[in-house]
Design a protein around this ligand. Structure first.
Ligand code: MN
Length: 242
């Protein structure tokens, strides 16, 4: 049995093709998995758990709950778009929230899971924003706004970040190799799996003479894709477009 990893689905009601790929994936491939790990940016944005009543959000939560009820443990890590997903979401969907980073043993191999944004240390502007936005003060100030205002604020933030991204050189938007090496060293040279950069690939980093595999997950803008890992290793699988 394989353990499956996905990220950067960016689900929102306005992207029906990605949504259908995701719902199909939960009903098919994910059903025979040993576990499913969602490594951030499941949603295009998440304004707060009081938005669970939104019809689209309720559909996603119900689909996750069906997978969990079928016996597939499902884990969710925050991305930079949905980091205010909280305990009410976890209770409603049955998923287990994971801290970023999470190190665990998979078939005797140490695997480190991250969303990936903390690896992009060359983007100083983003890292400064991240430090501020992940503070309890910032999050509780956000969650104290009425839901409608909050959705507008998060939407504006999202548009601003899209705009800023366009002005940034490509290498700044990718992981910083030195940071990847530091993280691999700090965690004992594991296999690293992350998303965020939307640059799916398998890299091998030689750190202190140790070869460490780094898998970057694909986004779901053009259909879906997942990483399947078992004792023999990992492979990226592209879902056929429908
Ligand atoms: Mn991201």
């Amino acid at each position: 049995m394989s353990t499956l990893f996905i990220s950067d689905l960016h689900l929102c009601s306005g992207r029906p093709r990605s949504n259908r790929s995701f719902f199909d994936f939960l009903e098919r491939e994910a059903r025979s998995a040993r576990a499913l790990y969602i490594l951030g940016d499941l949603f295009e944005y998440w304004a707060g758990d009081d938005d669970l009543g939104d019809p689209f959000n309720a559909t996603v939560v119900a689909a996750l709950a069906r997978l969990v009820a079928s016996g597939v443990p499902t884990y969710l890590m925050h991305g930079n778009r949905d980091f205010v997903i909280g305990n009410a979401f976890a209770r409603a969907s049955g998923v287990t929230l994971l801290p970023d980073p999470t190190l665990f043993d998979l078939d005797g191999q140490a695997v480190l899971l991250m969303h990936g944004d903390t690896l992009c240390t060359l983007d100083l502007e983003y890292q400064a924003f991240r430090r501020e936005a992940r503070s309890q003060t910032w999050i509780s100030a956000l969650l104290h706004q009425p839901l409608a205002e909050r959705k507008a604020a998060v939407e504006a933030l999202r548009r601003r970040s899209e705009q800023e991204k366009r002005g940034k050189p490509a290498e700044i938007m990718d992981v910083a190799p030195a940071e990847v090496e530091a993280v691999l060293r700090r965690h004992g040279y594991p296999r690293l799996i992350h998303g965020h950069t939307h640059r799916p690939a398998r890299h091998v980093h030689l750190v202190d003479g140790r070869a460490c595999e780094r898998w970057v997950l694909a986004d779901w803008y053009q259909g879906g894709s997942y990483l399947a890992c078992d004792a023999s290793g990992c492979r990226a699988v592209q879902l056929s477009a429908n």
